[in-house]
Design a protein around this ligand. Structure first.
Ligand code: HEC
Ligand code: HEC
Length: 228
């Protein structure tokens, strides 16, 4: 009997592992509702976003001046992750914290689905302007393409952002934000990107931002009228 049990033990372990993995998958799929939002509902909820995200060239002024990021065409998972980061306070931008704080899980799912569906709808082109040797070396050092993907538009994980074609001044501000700690109105807490940006000085971050912004990406600003 004891022998039989010993023989069976690996099987029990295997079974238990399968059950645990099954439960983990269940938890993940419950959390993944962020991706299951309702595009139509999101469209009407976006009325509170278009005053900034729906105006071409609109500038953020506090705590710094830069163009409001393009969010149409980001993946739903990343949009939801970003909104939750503002809501939790991991991202400190005051206005976005205030706005995200008013959104519940369903709002976030709907808005994320809507903005994900309102991008260019076309994959970023394969052939892109090559970076200068200096910038190429910086991008290689940071391993950026490994996570942000081919053309900086096919992230390794859907909760990572597409960055190609995003506004240069916003990219630069976002990169610097990962270096800021202990400031109430600026900064982002993210272990991955904090590690990445710590290898670079601001001039290097700016040079990479400038190059990335020149690439054809999948992000756009869709003015309000196009929704109607
Ligand atoms: C008053 C202007 C304003 C309004 C209104 C606004 N946003 Fe924003 N949003 C911004 C700015 C500025 C940023 C960049 C903040 C930062 O630097 O982290 C931002 C960032 C974001 C990001 C992160 C983008 C990225 O690339 O990481 C998402 C997602 C977002 N907003 C979604 C929304 C949604 C959804 C709404 C409506 C419910 C909304 N915003 C309303 C100004 C605004
Ligand atoms: C190990 C994976 C990884 C690597 C390597 C990486 N990133 Fe990121 N990056 C991320 C993740 C994850 C986020 C989202 C962080 C958050 O939620 O704020 C991000 C966010 C960003 C953002 C903010 C985008 C936005 O819309 O706000 C920029 C800009 C960025 N990365 C640029 C870079 C550059 C440039 C490099 C190389 C120097 C790089 N990343 C390397 C994973 C990575």
């Amino acid at each position: 009997m004891k022998q039989l049990f010993t023989k069976m033990l690996p099987r029990f372990v295997a079974m238990a592992t399968t059950v645990t993995m099954g439960m983990a998958a269940l938890t993940l799929s419950t959390m993944a509702t962020a991706a299951d939002g309702d595009v139509k509902a999101g469209q009407s909820k976006a009325a509170m976003c278009i005053g900034c995200h729906g105006i071409v060239g609109y500038q953020n002024v506090f705590p710094e001046v830069y163009k409001v990021p393009m969010i149409s065409g980001q993946s739903a998972e990343y949009i939801a992750a970003a909104l939750n980061a503002y809501k939790k306070g991991d991202r400190k931008h005051p206005t976005m914290r205030g706005i995200a704080g008013t959104l519940n899980e369903e709002d976030i799912a709907d808005l994320s689905a809507f903005y994900a569906a309102s991008g260019t709808g076309e994959a970023a082109p394969e052939a892109q302007t090559a970076a200068t040797a200096d910038v190429a070396a910086l991008l290689a050092k940071g391993g950026c393409v490994a996570c942000h993907g081919v053309n900086y538009s096919k992230p390794l994980d859907p909760s990572y952002p597409k960055i190609a074609g995003q506004h240069a001044d916003y990219l630069y501000s976002a990169l610097r934000a990962y270096k800021i700690t202990g400031n109430k109105v600026a900064g982002r807490n993210n272990a991955i990107m904090a590690g990445v940006v710590s290898q670079f000085d601001n001039a290097e971050l700016k040079a990479m931002s400038k190059y990335l912004s020149t690439l054809d990406g999948e992000l756009v600003v869709k003015p309000q009228s196009r929704f109607r």
